[in-house]
Write a protein that binds this ligand. Structure first.
Ligand code: PAF
Length: 296
């Protein structure tokens, strides 16, 4: 299968690199990472050790492939969609944080859009090198749920490349569950400069749990069956498994970058019918921090 990975950051580089063991992959990213990959290939270290030589480019215009994986930050989705619309793809699959990404891709693109989640841990170590900090799982399927031949084909291609993959008929529930986890972990760790594990200790725990419960309530308001208990157990499970990791939002703040708060807690606030005070408070605090550092 020919695969374009649009957004060769940490997760995009890791998954693109793993897929390159079996498929023809083009990574779209920024220099100096792209130049290093073109010159020396891509080194994957950590839990998985391998060296691959995918194509790499900084120019995403006019590309063609069976599949485009979108791994850009959620606030770059509209621009990614416009760039991808200049090319030709059999399918596009979002593997991004937050909610609403697939709808924004669908607005610009003619091809089928799939939704996905990825729990692989990845960290960019330097140009041309990405560390796998934990083998996770990719789940993908139609954004509105149900099955599709296309999702099955993409799932098979991932599995052929030994990427742990589930073809899922319940992507709406999975996306909201992941959002509930991110809504609890990401802003709390970003605002306090702590690792994920801090979220299960006092006094952060009830804040994170309430953010996850509010997210589950909004999921149900939009017709997705996600019980509070499922959201809080997912929060605990993920935090226990990643307790020593720095969340993507905490890394963004640490590195002086804008966060994905709008697509996570901000989306929950936007879609809520009943008040969601914890999510609203977390959005306000993270945006205040971003404004004070001129990150937006
Ligand atoms: O955004 C992240 O960092 C991750 O989705 C998660 C699950 C919080 C683990 O760090």
């Amino acid at each position: 299968m020919e695969v374009v990975v649009f957004g060769a950051g940490s997760l995009g580089s890791l998954l693109g690199g793993l897929l390159a063991r079996e498929h023809r992959v083009t990574l779209v990213g920024r220099d100096p990472h792209v130049s290093a990959i073109r010159r020396d290939g891509l080194q994957i270290s950590g839990t998985i050790e391998t060296h691959v030589s995918p194509d790499a480019t900084t120019d995403g215009i006019g590309l063609e492939a069976d599949l485009a994986l979108v791994t850009v930050k959620s606030y770059d989705t509209d621009e990614a969609a416009r760039t991808l619309s200049t090319g030709e793809f059999g399918a596009v699959c979002s593997l991004q944080n937050g909610l609403g990404n697939e709808q924004r891709l669908e607005r610009e693109l003619d091809c089928h859009v799939l939704a996905g989640t990825a729990s692989y841990g990845a960290r960019l170590m330097g140009p041309g090198e990405v560390e796998c900090t934990g083998i996770g799982r990719v789940a993908l399927g139609p954004p509105d749920g149900g099955g599709s031949v296309l999702a099955a084909e993409v799932g098979e291609a991932f599995t052929e490349a030994t990427v742990e993959t589930t073809v899922a008929a319940d992507m709406p529930r999975r996306l909201w569950e992941k959002c509930a986890v991110n809504a609890g972990v990401n802003p709390v760790t970003a605002l306090t400069g702590t690792e994920n594990g801090a979220v299960l200790g006092e006094p952060a725990r009830p804040i994170a749990r309430e953010a996850a419960r509010e997210t589950a309530r909004v999921a149900r308001e939009t017709g997705v069956d996600l019980p509070d208990e499922a959201a809080t157990s997912a929060l605990h499970r993920v935090v226990r498994a990643t307790s020593e990791n720095t969340s993507s939002m905490a890394q963004d703040i640490e590195r002086g970058r804008r966060t994905e708060i709008d697509a996570i807690n901000g989306y929950v606030v936007e879609r809520a019918v009943e008040p969601v005070p914890t999510n609203a408070l977390l959005v306000g605090l993270v945006k205040t921090l971003e404004n004070s550092r001129e990150l937006r």
